[in-house]
Design a protein around this ligand. Structure first.
Ligand code: C5P
Length: 402
């Protein structure tokens, strides 16, 4: 269900006894990483209170079209634009009829007209109502318009009858919703991202570190997951939440980071970590005392994680980062060649640029080309970078060789 990560799902709940199952559906969609906003018809509120859905979705629930207070926040047009999928579960016979004729007589029906997002319906009704010629005609009209039907299932109904008309189970609906998005450009690809700084111990209380915040790497991990990849994020010490749908492995030193990366299997490696180039030759077991006027710290080279993987696993598509203070393209292209990379994303650092900033700009290079990504928030930049990576990866011939 990775296709649901960061997806915006507008869940419409209409009046039917299956409305109580939509509560579980909200939980499952959110657990899979989706953001859910719930709109209820008036009928639905007779079965379940809006408060239930508010608590589960984390957002106020809307049911009225002419609600001045709610419209002052995210109005219905914004809500329609926000949605990447409109999922109506349960969808009553009346709702199918209203949708079939294009009514806009309540908020949910209006949103279905106003949204460009795909619409999926999970019908739930008495079997006689489902099989009624009027309902079947409505269903034909709706599916002819490209509206998807999830179910209904067949079986025992709340009314005691047996037949078609049962709403599919929430887990099945969440799976089907995930499938709609699973056609992301990196779906089925295992990706590993390194992010953040490393800490190289001097003694039990001191270390050599750097100013990397991990923001860019975390944003790349989130964007990869949103593009359908199965993502492992190997993170140095940072104060950032794990992006939804991403598996995180925390490490401290470069040696630990390399060991963690070597344990994983992946087709795509994005090395965004600011790995310390050197570590103290020996980490003291006891705290160093300030007895001498001066002490010397002998440093030894750390392994290059990216170069190690690129040499040992030539089938892996590798993307490096290069933070430079001068001669950006020359140094970045040098690293691309030396480390045997498929792509490198370079940015200027120093004086408020790069590491701790919220936004960034990137120049991306590959062997026979390159492009610039203009200054943007790191999350936007990460999405653009991942789109580029997906394109180069697809064209690389490394695809699916693992
Ligand atoms: O050589 P430089 O440190 O500038 O290269 C930066 C790139 O190499 C980044 O992608 C970084 O994550 C990666 N790197 C690494 N292991 C190191 C040093 C850098 O993976 N020890």
């Amino acid at each position: 269900m990775n296709g649901l990560v960061n997806r915006h799902i507008l869940l419409g709940v209409t009046g039917g006894i299956a409305a109580y199952k939509a509560a579980e559906l909200v939980r499952l969609l959110r657990r899979a990483g989706a953001e859910v906003r719930v709109v209820m018809t008036r009928g639905a509120t007779e079965f379940v209170t809006p408060l239930t859905f508010q608590a589960l979705s984390g957002h106020a629930v809307r049911s009225e079209l002419f609600d001045a207070v709610a419209e002052a926040g995210m109005d219905h047009i914004e809500l329609a634009r926000w949605a990447e999928l409109v999922l109506v579960a349960p969808a009553s016979a009346d709702f199918l009829a209203r949708l079939a004729v294009g009514r806009a007589d309540d908020l949910l029906a209006t949103l279905c007209l106003a949204s460009a997002a795909p619409i999926a319906l999970a019908p739930a009704m008495n079997q006689q109502m489902w099989q009624a010629p009027a309902t079947q005609e409505n269903v034909r009209r709706l599916t002819a318009r490209g509206i998807r039907l999830f179910g209904p299932g067949c079986g025992e109904q709340a009314c005691g009858e047996v037949g078609p008309g049962r709403m599919l189970e929430p887990a099945e609906l969440a799976r089907l919703a995930g499938e709609l998005f699973a056609s992301g450009p990196l779906s089925g690809v295992r990706a590993l991202v390194t992010a953040g700084p490393t800490r190289e111990a001097i003694d039990p209380v001191r270390f050599i570190g750097n100013r990397s915040s991990g923001k860019m790497g975390f944003a790349v991990a989130a964007a990869l997951a949103a593009a359908g990849a199965e993502v492992v994020l190997v993170a140095g010490p940072v104060a950032l939440p794990t992006p939804p749908g991403v598996r995180r492995v925390d490490v401290e030193s470069a040696a630990e980071m390399l060991a963690a990366v070597e344990q994983e299997q992946f087709e795509l490696l994005v090395a965004a970590a600011a790995v310390a180039d050197y570590r103290p030759a020996t980490a003291e077991h006891a705290k160093i005392k300030k007895e001498r006027a001066a002490i010397a710290l002998e440093l030894t080279r750390n392994p290059d994680i990216l170069a190690t993987i690129s040499a040992a696993r030539p089938a892996v598509f590798t993307v490096g980062f290069a933070a430079e203070t001068d001669e950006l393209e020359r140094y970045a292209r040098g690293k691309l060649a030396q480390k045997g990379l498929d792509m490198i994303a370079a940015n200027w650092v120093g004086a408020g640029r790069g590491f701790e900033a919220e936004s960034n700009a990137l120049q991306v290079f590959w062997a026979d080309g390159g492009t610039s990504l203009d200054e943007a928030p790191k999350s936007d930049l990460a999405r653009q970078l991942v789109a580029l990576v997906a394109g180069r990866y697809a064209a690389s011939g490394k695809k699916s060789k693992g």
